[in-house]
Design a protein around this ligand. Structure first.
Ligand SMILES: C[S@@+](CC[C@H](N)C(=O)[O-])C[C@H]1O[C@@H](n2cnc3c(N)ncnc32)[C@H](O)[C@@H]1O
Length: 481
């Protein structure tokens, strides 16, 4: 027997290591780097300050107000939660969806820290439709498997894997987007204190190098195509070029180079003419000379602080992996090895991760050809379809996904999926209905679900939700047989 309730709560509220490891000749000429000793000294001071901050609660608060920009994240504006299923399971899902509304923005436009309402590593780099860390933590805690690993086959920025690993659970994340893989690995990597110092000192060196080249009016280290010329002011493009060249020539090792590349990725949209990550619109931005390198330095400092805080709350030494893999194949996951899946698949016809990340993928020299072909739910694959064709395509994609999840899950494994309604051809595509249809044909049984109304941002399809609001759903399934 299932009960159906409407609950009102007020809280519901890479890097490709650059294959080109050459150190550009002029880079060596212009560079007047501080000695390693001095850079280390600066970096050690920075790390000591961070450690003191995280240990002392009043300092922790001070740090939150200095490095953390408050910004209302509209995707988390809470609303009424409707839930169906056995009461204990419903409570579990409702608690996981109960996300506090983000605090008011402070309005410091131009700041790189656009995800700062999220704790430690989760706030480092923007990523469309990230799961809220509270949701990931709450699901991992309440559904902890007795045996088997925790898997997120659409790991994106790494929220679920980071939370599972923080709880001392063996965690495996995969994604077909190479940017996601590099980002999640950067967060999950177990850095020693020495490596964090090295990361901070290399970031200073890279930023200083870009500053020196700007002052010396040095030209670009290689030719840039029209897409970059159109999207960056010339002085910004030159600073980005210098930052990238210095990262590529860093002798600090692949892990540090990857982290530095992700810092570059974190600032690149901010300093471009692109309005936002998910928008194709361009707008004029007044970016002062030297600002790009300064932002890089600030964002790198923030990354070290966030990694330090994550390091301190991480329990045990459980193994973790993040791999490039298609969720409909999962070639990197062994049969029946998974005890729990917590994941947020792409929403049908809503995002186009390949296009959203086009600039970052190019700058980080990541090969995204399989992603371009295999991305599920991509808006570009749905936008010319009628609602019936879109449903058929989505059912086909969900079917392939559930088939591959069935192969890797152990008997009785729990699968919790977060997914939102979308719109095609002016018509709503209700994710709960579609997932229920696909589940009925799979090796999983439906146990419970909770749904919460969420705002819909896509102008052209707004009217699709005139009659019934767009909702975000949490589904709990169990592997049978
Ligand atoms: C909603 S996002 C996941 C966000 C993630 N939960 C987080 O907190 O950052 C969906 C993800 O699915 C990935 N994706 C799309 N098609 C895929 C496929 N065929 N295999 C694996 N991942 C895919 C996208 O790259 C994106 O990272």
């Amino acid at each position: 027997m299932h009960d159906t309730r409407v609950l009102c709560t007020d809280q519901v509220g890479l890097i490709l290591e650059q294959p080109d490891e050459r150190r550009p000749r002029e880079l060596a000429r212009v560079s007047n780097r501080p000695s390693i000793g001095k850079r280390r000294h600066n970096a050690e001071g920075m790390l000591r300050r961070q450690q003191a901050m995280t240990k002392n609660p009043s300092n922790r608060e001070a740090r939150a107000t200095t490095i953390v920009k408050r910004k209302r994240s509209l995707t988390h504006v809470g609303g009424e939660v409707e839930a169906k299923g056995g009461s204990a399971l419903v409570d579990l899902l409702v608690r996981a969806l109960a996300v506090d509304a983000a605090p008011e923005p402070l309005g410091d436009a131009g700041e790189a820290n656009d995800d700062s309402d999220r704790g430690d590593v989760h706030g480092f780099h923007t990523y469309p439709a990230r799961m809220h860390p509270h949701t990931a933590r709450s699901l991992v805690d309440t559904l902890t498997p007795k045996r088997g690993i925790v898997l997120d086959p659409f790991c994106g920025s790494g929220t679920v894997v980071a939370e599972a690993s923080a709880r001392g659970l063996a965690a495996h994340g995969s994604d077909l987007n190479p940017l996601a893989v590099q980002l999640a690995r950067t967060k999950l990597q177990r850095y020693t204190p020495e490596e964090l110092i090295l990361l901070a000192s290399e970031a200073l060196r890279v930023a200083e190098f870009a500053d020196e080249r700007r002052k010396a009016r040095a030209g670009a280290t290689h030719r840039y195509g029209e897409e970059d010329v159109a999207i960056f002011d010339p002085h910004v493009l030159l600073e980005l070029d210098s930052l990238r060249a210095a990262i590529g020539s860093s002798e600090a090792g692949p892990t540090i180079r990857r982290a530095l590349s992700l810092v570059l990725s974190a600032i690149i949209v901010k300093v471009s003419r692109k309005k936002s990550d998910t928008s194709t619109q361009l707008e004029a931005k007044r970016i002062a000379a030297g600002f790009t390198a300064k932002l890089f330095r600030r964002k790198a400092t923030e990354l070290v602080e966030r990694l330090t805080a994550y390091r301190e709350r991480r329990e045990g030494k459980a193994r973790w992996r993040v791999e490039l893999d298609d969720a409909t194949r999962l070639e990197t996951v062994r049969d029946r090895s998974v005890g729990l899946i917590v994941s947020s698949p792409p929403y049908a016809a809503t995002y186009d991760y390949f296009s959203h990340h086009d600039m970052r993928l190019r700058w980080l020299e990541l090969d995204a050809r399989s992603f371009a072909k295999g991305e599920l739910g991509a808006r570009r694959h749905f936008e010319r379809l009628s609602i019936d064709e879109a449903r058929a395509r989505w059912q086909h994609e969900l079917g392939k996904l559930l088939w591959s999840l069935a192969r890797v899950t152990a008997e009785q494994a729990s699968v919790c999926l977060q997914i939102a309604d979308s719109a095609v051809d002016g018509q709503p595509l209700f994710a709960d209905e579609e997932l229920r249809v696909a589940t009925a044909r799979s090796a999983f049984v439906w146990l419970a679900e909770a749904s919460q109304a969420r705002p819909h941002f896509h102008g052209p399809t707004n009217r699709a939700f005139d009659r019934s609001p767009r909702r975000e759903h949490l589904f709990l399934l169990r592997r049978v047989g």
